[in-house]
Design a protein around this ligand. Structure first.
Ligand SMILES: Cc1cc2nc3c(=O)[nH]c(=O)nc-3n(C[C@H](O)[C@H](O)[C@H](O)COP(=O)(O)OP(=O)(O)OC[C@H]3O[C@@H](n4cnc5c(N)ncnc54)[C@H](O)[C@@H]3O)c2cc1C
Length: 644
């Protein structure tokens, strides 16, 4: 896989006819923004070029005549880049960028997005701090998935030595483990990549798991990470030694147990790494093959088999269509119907022209990514927060939530036409976004309409050796049991045991309601940084890579304060933690995920939301750009002792 630095582009050598053909695949707003950025021509900000916005996509459109004119301009400009003398690229001001964003999105976009855009577009990129830590200073990263690799790359750039311990034999985390048929991203792939290492050649708009794994493997190779990863090694326990200002970690590896020391401990163990198996009476007696989605057994041949699928979340929605094509029969057991958002390009390959534009045209890839980010995430954020004045909170919680609901209901109706019985089973009982919003191109409901697929919504009473008995006592005989029942997502950092100052257990402190300052740090646990921690999961759009990049940036800023200030520990201030947790908890309590009818994996047994982030992405980016000095306490060893 060919990964590039963000502005590493191939030269344009193709003729005008090729370029014109490639431009047919361009996203209109991204192309328009790119042209304005390249030329600075105010004529392009003329009303007739303003794209008509389309909710939830970055693909606003233009009337045919204006579109043709735009393509002519683009062919001429790209020809000039190809044939003309090499000139330095223009650097628009923040004001200009703000106007371009509002124009191409066809709506007012608050000015707070401009610094973010200036960073994303590479005009004023946020710097990575460079540090000169004392000799022997070392960070221990737990996990070599997306987050651990990112932390390692950025620590290298900052000048901090590190080791990763990884329980698996390879990198990739989620994408190494989840090998079930149909596994793919449900965030647009051009957003699901590190900002500094785009892949312009994603095969699909939402590529399959093997390709995502190949991306992370290439990242490990390109950045020279592998030699410093200890594969097959699990961190079991870590204790903070206050006198030494160090973490001592107990590892279980190929050569048995050992203890290592580290100045900094970084948890990158993910939220979705420990499969949850359902506690159904009799399940252990099932005689045939049984597998969880994250522990798929590729040796099982599903052709001609009768299969039970337990679960209708994101993984089930990807697996069932694949199994239904080859199995004799698939019986799907649904506890709660999820909301599904239509995405016509969900299974579509990326057009060659689009890949060419991404890899050749200055600014295009960055604009495309920025517009995708805004249009598929923050733009829909108002649908996740309760408007107290909004009537009928059973169906929707705000004006935007109502609008989304109307649109989605129409889609469900259309896709279940002639099957009112199916509509009643698949229409969710809570407002949109109350569970993970799934992405689909019509395949899911078409699959449920197949003759060889049965949807059971009466619950499961028990499992027997040769089948599943539903809540009405009906036996469904099956040969294979597939479990898409999710993960122990609420048990953060589990089963690791982490002990901070005064031997305090993190698990005991958290109980069933884990919280962290901006999802990353906890008072009493100095020099511990948690990536993809509590309250940072994204449930309305965007990509987890974005939030983890924010967290790593904040961590580096905190470390720079500590290292440059001559300290040995940095710890989150308890008052700042309390203030953040209060704000987070209040927003989560009035979010759609806490709606009385909402069913999702973000809540603990008491119904408190623990996984998910209620804030807009722009808020999170702004708050994590750097650490507020009063949020952190830096201490030298003598002070650590004195503080006791
Ligand atoms: C099927 C699936 C699809 C997804 N699709 C998307 C998507 O489209 N968009 C999106 O934004 N997110 C998606 N996610 C969420 C996904 O988990 C994150 O995007 C991302 O992969 C998280 O990376 P991570 O490195 O934080 O965690 P993980 O990828 O889970 O990696 C954690 C790593 O830590 C290792 N580890 C755990 N405990 C220990 C220990 N004690 N000692 C040593 N090693 C340990 C694990 O082996 C693993 O390699 C998806 C998740 C799943 C399960």
């Amino acid at each position: 896989m060919d990964i590039h630095a963000a502005d590493e582009l191939a030269p344009i050598v193709e003729d005008d006819a090729f370029i014109r053909k490639a431009l047919e695949a361009a996203s209109t707003p991204a192309l328009l923004a790119t042209l304005i950025h390249l030329t600075g021509d105010p004529a392009l900000l003329n009303e007739r070029f303003r794209p008509t916005p389309t909710m939830g996509t970055a693909f606003g459109t233009l009337p045919a005549e204006a579109h043709a004119e735009l393509i002519d301009r683009a062919v001429a400009e790209l020809g000039r880049l190809r044939d003309g003398p090499r000139e330095p690229l223009r650097k628009p001001s923040a004001d200009q960028i703000q106007r371009v964003i509002a124009f191409v999105l066809g709506q007012d976009v608050p000015g707070e997005y401009t610094p973010f855009a200036m960073d994303e577009l590479g005009i004023e990129p946020l710097p990575t701090p460079k540090m000169s830590p004392p000799p022997g200073f070392h960070a221990l990263i737990v996990g070599a998935g997306m987050s651990g690799l990112l932390a390692a790359i950025k620590l290298d750039q900052a000048g901090i030595a590190w080791t990763i311990v990884e329980k698996n034999p390879d990198v990739g985390g989620t994408w190494f483990e989840n090998r079930y048929p149909g596994v793919r991203v449900d965030s647009p792939n051009h957003n699901y990549a590190y900002s500094f290492a785009p892949n312009h050649d994603w095969s699909h708009y939402f590529s399959q798991g093997a390709e995502i794994l190949a991306y992370f493997r290439s990242i490990a190779d390109r950045f020279g990470l592998r030699e410093r990863i200890r594969f097959g090694t699990e961190l079991v326990e870590a204790r903070f030694d206050e006198d030494a200002g160090l973490w001592r970690a107990a590892l279980a590896g190929p050569d048995g147990r050992e203890t290592v020391e580290a100045n900094i401990l970084i948890s990158a163990v993910g939220q979705l790494n420990r499969p949850r198996l359902p506690d159904i009476p009799g399940i252990a007696d099932f005689a045939g093959p049984m597998m969880h989605s994250a522990q798929w057994d590729p040796s099982v041949d599903f052709a001609g088999k009768r299969v039970a699928m337990i679960g209708t979340g994101a993984s089930a929605m990807q697996i069932v269509p694949e199994l239904a094509r080859i199995a004799e029969h698939v019986t799907v057991f649904q506890r709660h119907a999820p909301w599904i958002t239509p995405q016509s390009v969900y299974r579509k390959p990326v057009e060659e022209g689009k890949s060419w534009l991404l890899g050749h045209v200055p600014h295009y890839a960055r604009w495309y990514r920025f517009l995708l980010f805004y249009a598929t995430a923050d733009q829909v954020h108002p649908a996740t927060q309760v408007d107290p004045d909004w009537p009928d909170h059973d169906r929707s919680i705000s004006a935007m939530s109502g609008m989304v609901r109307d649109g989605l209901e129409a889609m469900f109706r259309q896709q279940t036409e002639g099957r009112p019985d199916l509509y009643e089973k698949v229409i969710p009982v809570f407002p949109p976004f109350g569970s993970r919003m799934l992405v689909d191109d019509g395949t899911w409901l078409a699959t449920l309409r197949r003759d060889n697929v049965t949807l059971v919504t009466d619950g499961i009473d028990h499992v027997e050796a040769d089948g599943v008995v539903d809540g009405k006592g009906i036996m469904h005989e099956v040969d294979v049991l597939a479990l898409a029942t999710g993960f122990h997502a609420n048990r953060f950092l589990w089963p690791m045991e982490i002990y901070g100052r005064e031997g305090r257990s993190l698990a005991a402190l958290w109980g069933d309601e884990p919280r962290a300052h901006l999802g990353v740090t906890v008072p009493g646990f100095p020099n511990l940084f948690i990536l993809y921690g509590p309250g940072t999961n994204l449930a309305f759009g965007g990509s987890i890579i974005f939030t983890v990049e924010c967290q790593v940036r904040m961590m580096l800023d905190a470390l720079a304060r500590m290292v440059e200030g001559g300290g040995t520990t940095i710890e989150c201030d308890a008052a700042s933690y309390d203030a953040h947790v209060a704000e987070l908890s209040a927003m989560l309590a009035t979010s759609v995920w806490a709606h009385p009818e909402a069913r999702n994996w973000y809540r603990n047994r008491r119904g408190v939301v623990v996984n998910t982030m209620p804030f807009r992405l722009i808020d999170y980016w702004t708050w994590t750009k750097s650490v507020a000095p009063y949020d952190y306490i830096v201490r030298a060893p003598a002070e650590v002792a004195a503080a006791d």
